[in-house]
Design a protein around this ligand. Structure first.
Ligand code: NAI
Length: 319
């Protein structure tokens, strides 16, 4: 049985829904859990200590160890200070707290954008920045940012939310790069589960069927010392888990040696630019940029292999 004894985990927004299930699951595996929750409405109004207290109570009555924290995640590093004061260390961060302020783009107010970004994205930066120093020192850290299919694919009325939810994927990818030499991993999960957030958009049988406990084991695995994967994005719900990756078409060099690149060059080659039949899957920024360097090499350095550029994926690639 995989255990997390001795590990200290902060789960934000753990008073309800998915976060609550993550907190219960961490405690069941022996972790000490800081149950953070502001206790406001699903659109971010009000506050209450009750949701966090109830989860802590549930954990304690099952023999687990937990403490409540009622700060808004916008308080950032203050929450890590609380964790350190309480348990003396921080090993795992699950950035789960969330609200919705859905409106179509023309009707979206500045405050709808700012609050959603403050809760979903800026807080992840603020909390992680302070936790990072502890994780570097102990040469261990596991960070999970919570994304959404609304971010990955877009969704009507969720410009603020989808931008923030892809923001945490970009942030995750850089944390994975920066954390590599310190045994700090960072991954993102786009979950789906019935909760008060999804009740308004899902039929009742979906809300009941898509249980949060069908997501929690993935969050625990990504937080476990044995899991070394980092920089990955997963979708998870109903017991199904899938991994996403970038796919890039082989592309097409529309510029010709010694000639200006024109609008017509782009239009005439549009189908080839967008053709995925010979695609590849860049896994890091160096891998991705290799294509540009190869193109410059061939077009501007008088390299006679230029002819090959558009016939094969001549830049190094990985799949
Ligand atoms: P939920 O509304 O049941 O739980 C969210 C919790 O976050 C609440 O307890 C709330 O009090 C807390 N919270 C909100 N603002 C906070 C703040 N400023 N500081 C601290 N706590 C705060 O929602 P659910 O569905 O469990 O969502 C959890 C996460 O999963 C969110 O990030 C959400 O965007 C994400 N997600 C959920 C999906 C779903 O199908 N339920 C789909 C995709 C993403």
């Amino acid at each position: 049985m995989l255990r997390l004894d001795g590990k200290v985990v902060l789960v934000t927004g753990a008073g309800n829904g998915l976060g609550k299930e993550y907190a219960l699951a961490f405690a069941e595996r022996g972790a000490k859990v800081v149950v953070n929750d502001l206790g406001g409405s699903s659109s971010g109004e009000g506050q209450s200590s009750r949701p966090a207290d109830e989860v802590v109570q549930e954990i304690k009555s099952s023999g687990g160890e937990a403490v409540a924290n009622y700060d808004s995640v916008e308080a950032g590093g203050k929450i890590i200070d609380f964790v350190i004061k309480t348990y003396g260390r921080i090993d795992i961060l699950v950035h789960n707290a969330g609200i919705l302020r859905d409106k179509s783009i023309a009707k979206m107010k500045d405050e709808d954008w700012d609050l959603v970004h403050g809760v979903h994205l800026r807080s992840v930066f603020l909390i992680t920045r302070v936790a990072w120093a502890y994780m570097v020192k102990q040469k261990f850290g596991r960070i999970v940012t919570i994304s959404s299919s609304a971010g990955i694919y877009g969704n009507f009325g969720q410009a603020n939310y989808s931008a923030a939810k892809m923001g945490v994927v970009g942030l995750m990818q850089t944390l994975a790069v920066e954390g590599k030499k310190y045994n700090i991993t960072c991954n993102s999960v786009a979950p789906i589960a019935g909760s008060r957030l999804t009740r308004s958009v899902m039929p009742d049988e979906m809300v009941d069927g898509l249980k949060a406990k069908y997501v929690a084991p993935l969050i625990l695995w990504l937080s476990h010392p044995e899991c070394k994967d980092s920089g990955c994005l997963f979708e998870c719900g109903a017991g199904w888990i899938g991994k996403l990756r970038w796919e890039r078409s082989a592309g097409y060099v529309v510029r010709k040696r010694g000639l200006p690149m024109t609008l017509e060059d782009v239009k005439e080659n549009w189908d080839k630019i967008c053709d995925f039949s010979d695609s590849h899957h860049p896994t890091n920024i160096h891998d991705a940029n290799a294509k540009y360097y190869a193109t410059l090499e061939v077009l501007d350095n008088n390299d006679e292999s230029a002819i090959k550029l558009n016939k094969t994926s001549s830049a190094p690639s990985s799949s």
